[in-house]
Ligand binder design. Structure first.
Ligand code: FAD
Ligand code: SF4
Length: 339
């Protein structure tokens, strides 16, 4: 059995100071961290419990921005009436994550910091070869059962999925991660997560001793007409096979796209913004055919590792269907969009 110290921090200064020690982890809801400690994947020497820190569980909505504290519970944000009204995609991406019990425990900060669900990563007893857990050891998934692995943003060192749903909606809408350490800084969410490259053990831009204190989402018009579509092996309590966070703002004619936001999850090594698809749609009137043609670019550069090849076919369908739903464009659901 491994022992560890436990400290319940009363204020952020103490939390940050303690967290600068080597082998320290913040403990929020514990729904990821404690699992990984039991699996011997995470082996911290010190835990800093941040659940009682004051002022970090707020949800503030101003005309320009939505600000959500890192300790706000997933369920509280998902059910917040003003979030549902102003930014459906944020609420939907949280409702479709995990289970009711988990959402009641889990925090927004912990959600952004969750680790991959790659089976080989989570089983150190059986698989030593995981570059993310054990740099330089190889990747068991490349030749293994990789149906749930990424097709976008992969490298020959790691093909693990970035599993979170909420982060996908944040990436679509240019959110920032608010961070407090010795100084405060804000990191655009698209820069916050790192591609695996040859260093898959480096997943994000946080340094030791830095804590997420919240996220900030600009209130662009497309956020109000937004949607999160999650396709998965079962209807609830399951990670995405492919998902899309989308939002559209139309010109006054109600057909021409003024602004569109698209990101996909469940298929990439980090939440994946689809700027090429967005550019193909901006300034154009859209219908089913236009959307399907544009959505094909969603998988530009995608690479199958074997069993996950179906995601290359699935992803454009998910993107097109999400856009048709949010754009209220009639389509042939039975034949073409059976996702
Ligand atoms: C069975 C199961 C199914 C799930 N399904 C889904 C799903 O479908 N979609 C989805 O998105 N998620 C899913 N999850 C993941 C779940 O959403 C996360 O476990 C949860 O959001 C983590 O939040 P937490 O507060 O419990 O974090 P913790 O477990 O406390 O922490 C997780 C990590 O974040 C770090 N951390 C926590 N707070 C901060 C902070 N403020 N600043 C810096 N670091 C911090 C911790 O040190 C730790 O490394 C699932 C989890 C389980 C167990
Ligand atoms: S895909 Fe990444 S996390 Fe999974 S075994 Fe390979 S290196 Fe490890």
């Amino acid at each position: 059995m491994r022992t560890f110290d436990y400290l319940r921090a009363e204020n952020t200064t103490t939390a940050i100071t303690e967290a600068a020690k080597p082998e320290t982890r913040f403990l929020a809801g514990g729904t990821t961290l404690l699992d990984l400690m039991k699996l011997n994947v995470e082996r911290p020497a010190h835990l800093v419990d941040i659940t009682r820190l004051p002022g970090l569980d707020t949800i503030e909505i101003s005309p320009d921005v939505i600000r959500i504290g890192a300790l706000a519970k997933m369920s509280k944000v998902a059910a917040h009436a003003d979030i549902i009204e102003a930014a459906p995609v944020l609420s939907e991406s949280l409702w479709r994550a995990a289970s009711a019990q988990l959402r009641n425990m889990a925090s927004i900060g912990g959600n952004l910091m969750q680790r991959t669900r790659c089976t080989y990563f989570r089983d150190p007893g059986a698989y030593s070869n995981c570059n993310k857990r054990n740099p330089g050891s190889g990747c068991a998934a490349l030749e293994g059962i990789n149906r749930n692995h990424a097709v976008l943003g992969t490298s020959d060192a790691c093909i693990a999925i970035s599993p979170g749903d909420f982060a996908v909606s944040l990436v679509a809408f240019d959110a920032s991660v608010l961070v407090r350490g010795t100084v405060e800084r804000r990191i655009p969410i698209d820069d916050f997560y790192l591609l695996p490259g040859q260093t898959p053990h480096l997943e994000h831009q946080l340094s030791s001793g830095e804590m997420i204190i919240g996220v900030e989402i600009p209130r662009v018009a497309a956020l109000k007409q937004s949607h999160y579509l999650k396709v998965r092996d079962r209807a609830s309590y399951e990670f995405a096979a492919a998902s899309a966070a989308v939002g559209i703002e139309f010109e006054s004619d109600g057909k021409t796209v003024r602004d569109v936001r698209i990101a996909v999850g469940g298929v990439a090594t980090k939440p994946w913004r689809l700027r090429a698809v967005e550019d193909a749609l901006k300034g154009r009137p859209i219908d089913e055919a236009t959307l399907r043609t544009a959505a094909a670019a969603a998988v530009d550069g995608a690479r199958s590792s074997g069993r996950n090849g179906f995601k290359i076919e699935l992803t454009p369908k998910v993107v097109a269907r999400a856009l048709m739903t949010v754009g209220e464009i009639s389509h042939d659901t039975e034949e073409r969009f059976r996702t």
